[in-house]
Each structure stands twice: as structure tokens, then as C-alpha cells.
Design a protein around this ligand. Structure first.
Ligand code: ATP
Length: 413
């Protein structure tokens, strides 16, 4: 029996370890065995510090959560339908973990391919069987006298050593084809390989089931991919495996020329959004109707659809704007999302777009509406016309000082 050194250097912080010990002793008093499970056990073997702590309870996770809140404080968010709870820890200075997922060990069955699972309480072994890949189907006992014992029914540890992603049973992708995206994500993240038997099951049948699942579930997985460091390699791999057919007939392959572009220049004062940038780079050469239709399929927010649409429109109109005066650029760009403009800069290298982002968009004349009023200008459209002329003059270098602006204003009044 392998016993893990959970308190070994760097894996768990001291705070996390104390927490696990506390959970272990409280669950013993409730007679409910508890286990650490999923990604954090995988991360132990990969020698990466644990991020999230997922705890499986043989018994009732909500009851354990309530007892933890009673003893240590904090707040419990219970999902009785799924027999799970999130324990939001009481705040302590410098703590590494702010919440812990408590999950009742359960089996899942699927009424038809791609359906949401029907959940029933069960043992830890049953619970591991419902998981996606062998490397994620390991658990560590936390009961006091067996603290650290590894449960690894599918040889996940061996697969980690052999660097392979393997599903647990042949129907896995049919039950839940979002696992196809997860397989690609782990494969590229760790530079592993999807094992050959598993790879064969990413086929027209399982990809066909993707078309039956909701856009929200697919987008969740795509968002997780786009948050990863090697996200674009993952999108390219998914395209090469033919996965997009199950999402939308017009979803294109990712343009490999853009693969290094997903890094944001943080000096530019644009709210960074790696996920949105990923969709923009992916869809920017599509016609408007395809963007709208894919946005609907993937349940994009209207803001995201608008940003992607803006990238495509701006890219198409670049040839008409090239060599224009700064004022023309500025009025063409003013209504577009900044991130969309930045993405078009990345793919085109057009300096005017960068000038707009870093300089031109901040240009304002000294004169304001109040100043015009004080000159006795009657209310009406002349206000906007004059202010626009002054701003254009600054942008195009026709005035360079407050005094020159004042002189121009006199000619306009
Ligand atoms: P990471 O967050 O590093 O990608 P993780 O393992 O923490 O990895 P989560 O998405 O938080 O990933 O999932 C937690 C665990 O739940 C996984 O380790 C896996 O065992 C299980 N799991 C998640 N999604 C699925 C799924 N679609 N099918 C089966 N099991 C899943």
C-alpha cells in the first residue's frame, strides 16, 4: 500500500495541511470517511503545489460541511440536488485556500449519450469510476490512522509516469463528450499523449454526440482551454481531431499564423481578457452571419459577440482606412471595443491602431461646452461640430498649444 507524504515539501501549505487534519478528525467523529481526490492527487505526483482541495465524503458532504461551519466558522453553500457543498473558510491572514469543495461519493448514470448524469450516493471506489481519466481517478485517504493511503484502481500513477491520458471505459466520451476537450487540455498542458485506444474513441460517433450537448457546457470547456498557457495549441489540436464538426458547421480551424499572438501587452491599459481574445483570433475571418450563428450556439454574451463582430468588421475595413489622418482613424474606432482594436493590431501590425489605443483616444480640446456657452453660442448642433473640429485639429497636428486652439476657436464661432 502506497502512503503519500502529504506534508512533504511544497505540495500542501501548512495551513492546508492543518485544515485537512481538522476535517479528518471531525469526519471521524461523524463516522464518515473522507478522501482527497481528483486534480490535487494528480498534482502531488506531478510535484505541483495543490491548487484546489476537493474532498470526497463517504456519507453526507452537506452534513460534514455544516459541522465544519459550526466548529470553525465560515459559510456553507450547499447543493442538495448534487449532495455537494462549498465551505467558504473564515478569513485568516495569509491563507492559501479560501474554499473547499465537499462532495458526497456518488455514482453517475446517463439516460442517453450526452445527457446530464443521474446521481446516487456511493462508495469512493464507485465515485472514482465516474471520472474522466485515470490520472484524475486517484484518491488519498484522510481518515486518521490511514492518512495518506493512495487509492488508484485504474493505474493513474503509472499513466502519469508514462505521460498518457486514458479514459476509464469505452463509453466514456459517449456519456460525456466534453471529456474530449478535457483530454486535449491535459495532453497539451502536460505534454502528454492521448493513449491510442482513447484516441480512437474520439471519432465520428463521439464527436456526433457533441452536437447534442448545450452550448453552455461546450463553451465552459473552451473557456477553460483558452485560459491555459498553451491554449492555441489545444484549439489547433481539437481542430485537427475534427472536433469542431460537433460544435458548429461553420467553426473554422484556428489560423496557425496567429498562434503566438495571445499575449496581452499589459502596459496598454486595456482590460485584459485572454478568453475573449482567443475567440476573436479564432473567428475574425468569418462573415457576420457565421459569427452571429456561432455566438448563439456557444451561448456567447452579447458583449462577446459584439467584440468578435467588431474585430471582423475592422479587419475588413482596414484597407479603406490605411493612410487616413489620425482624426479619421479616431472617429472610425471610437465606438469599437478597445480589445477588438488591439486584436486587429496584433494580426495586421497597423501602427495607427496602436497610436489610437495609446494616444489618440485620450486627445481632448481644452474648450468645453461650458466655454462655448460663455462665448454666448446658442444651444444647437454647432456645439458638437465646433468641439469635433477642435479635437480633429489637435489629432491632425493643426493646433499644438492652448493658444493655437483659442485662435482656431475664434474662427469657428
Ligand atoms: P484542473 O483544474 O487542473 O484542470 P481538476 O482535476 O481540478 O484539474 P476540475 O475541472 O476541477 O479539474 O475537476 C475536478 C475533478 O472532477 C477532475 O479531476 C475529474 O476527476 C472530475 N471531472 C471533472 N470533469 C469531469 C467530467 N466531465 N467527467 C468526469 N469527471 C470529471
Amino acid at each position: 500500500m502506497t502512503r503519500l507524504e502529504l506534508d512533504g515539501a511544497r505540495f500542501l501549505s501548512t495551513g492546508q495541511l492543518i485544515l485537512l487534519r481538522e476535517i479528518s478528525s471531525l469526519s471521524a467523529s461523524l463516522n464518515m470517511p473522507v478522501f482527497l481526490v481528483g486534480g490535487c492527487v494528480r498534482d502531488y505526483f506531478l510535484k505541483t503545489p495543490a491548487k484546489d482541495l476537493d474532498i470526497i465524503v463517504e456519507g453526507d458532504a452537506i452534513r460534514l460541511g455544516e459541522a465544519l461551519v459550526e466548529k470553525f466558522g465560515g459559510h456553507l453553500i450547499a447543493h442538495s440536488k448534487f449532495h455537494t457543498a462549498i465551505w467558504e473558510l473564515p478569513e485568516t491572514p495569509g491563507q492559501a485556500t479560501d474554499s473547499i469543495d465537499l462532495i458526497t461519493a456518488r455514482t453517475e448514470s446517463y439516460e442517453h449519450p450526452g445527457a446530464l448524469p443521474v446521481v446516487k450516493p456511493a462508495s469512493i471506489e464507485d465515485d472514482l469510476q465516474r471520472r474522466d481519466f485515470t490520472i484524475n481517478a486517484m484518491a488519498v485517504r484522510l481518515d486518521q490512522d490511514r492518512f495518506g493511503e493512495l487509492i488508484d484502481p485504474f493505474d493513474g500513477r503509472l499513466d502519469l509516469e508514462k505521460k498518457r491520458i486514458r479514459i476509464l471505459h469505452p463509453r466514456s466520451f459517449l456519456d460525456d463528450p466534453t471529456r474530449i476537450f478535457r483530454a486535449i487540455r491535459y495532453e497539451c498542458r502536460y505534454s502528454f499523449e492521448i493513449e491510442s485506444g482513447t484516441l480512437e474513441l474520439i471519432n465520428s460517433e463521439s464527436i456526433g454526440v457533441i452536437s447534442k450537448i448545450s452550448g453552455e457546457r461546450i463553451r465552459h470547456e473552451l473557456d477553460l482551454i483558452l485560459e491555459e498557457v498553451s491554449s492555441l495549441a489545444m484549439i489547433i489540436r481539437a481542430g485537427d481531431l475534427g472536433v469542431f464538426k460537433g460544435i458548429h458547421s461553420k467553426l473554422p480551424l484556428f489560423n496557425k499564423e496567429f498562434v503566438d499572438l495571445l499575449e496581452m501587452d499589459l502596459t496598454l491599459d486595456i482590460p485584459a481578457d485572454r478568453v475573449a481574445m482567443g475567440y476573436m483570433l479564432w473567428l475574425l475571418d468569418l462573415p457576420e452571419d457565421a459569427i452571429l450563428s456561432i455566438g448563439r450556439r456557444l451561448d456567447f454574451s452579447s458583449e462577446l459577440t459584439h467584440s468578435v463582430w467588431a474585430v471582423a468588421q475592422l479587419k475588413k475595413s482596414l484597407p479603406f482606412l490605411v493612410n487616413s489622418k489620425p482624426s479619421i482613424w479616431t472617429y472610425a474606432l471610437e465606438k469599437l471595443p478597445l480589445l477588438s482594436i488591439y486584436v486587429v493590431f496584433l494580426v495586421s501590425g497597423e501602427r495607427a491602431l496602436l497610436n489610437y489605443i495609446s494616444l489618440w483616444r485620450h486627445v481632448k480640446p481644452f474648450t468645453t461646452g461650458d466655454v462655448l456657452k460663455s462665448h454666448g453660442l446658442p444651444p444647437g448642433p454647432r456645439y458638437a461640430e465646433i468641439l469635433t473640429s477642435l479635437k480633429s485639429a489637435w489629432l491632425d497636428g493643426e493646433v499644438k498649444s492652448e493658444k493655437e486652439e483659442e485662435e482656431l476657436l475664434q474662427t469657428l464661432l
